[in-house]
Design a protein around this ligand. Structure first.
Ligand code: NAP
Length: 125
């Protein structure tokens, strides 16, 4: 079973990643900061961890090996942060980013260390 770690999954883009990956049958490790969100993520079938990204020691314990690291611009997305006027639905943006991640896993050399838009378009740093 494939595994994904989603840091900041209580709402918005992180929540949608957790929802879609669970729907696709993945093992989802999801973090949030409050008990209600941890419970909601557990309800999706995720394994949950209480993490604040300002807690450096906890983040260090989540390190992975042999990872392909890419930065993704999610577009302007209708979330709490993006607001109601954003043109992109979170379901569509996350589905597109998942497709980019599939491509990245199969072509590490052309994705590692790069900056891409949600639809895969290369962006300058
Ligand atoms: N939406 C857009 O149009 C857009 C555009 C460009 C970039 N982005 C970036 O995409 C990311 C997600 O955006 P979003 O639209 O999904 O935002 P959102 O709906 O506001 O959600 C933000 C998420 O980050 C979590 N978070 C905030 N501070 C945290 C901390 N110190 N430790 C752990 N988790 C923390 C929140 O958790 P709590 O519930 O605990 O606060 C929440 O799960 C952000 O980095 C944002 O800058 C978004």
């Amino acid at each position: 079973m494939k595994t994904v770690l989603i840091v900041g999954a209580s709402r918005g883009i992180g929540w949608e990643f957790a929802r879609q990956y669970r729907q696709s049958g993945w093992r989802v490790l999801a973090t949030a900061r409050d008990e209600a969100s941890l419970g909601a993520l557990a309800g999706l079938g995720a394994e949950v961890f209480s993490v604040d990204v300002n807690d450096v020691l906890k983040i260090a314990s989540l390190q992975t090996r042999a990872a392909t690291c890419i930065a993704l611009h999610p577009g302007w997305v209708r979330t709490e942060m993006g607001g109601p006027r954003a043109p992109l639905a979170v379901e569509h943006g996350v589905a597109a980013m998942r497709e980019v991640l599939v491509q990245a896993a199969g072509a590490q050399a052309s994705f590692h260390g790069r900056f891409r838009q949600y639809d895969g378009t290369a962006l300058d740093w």
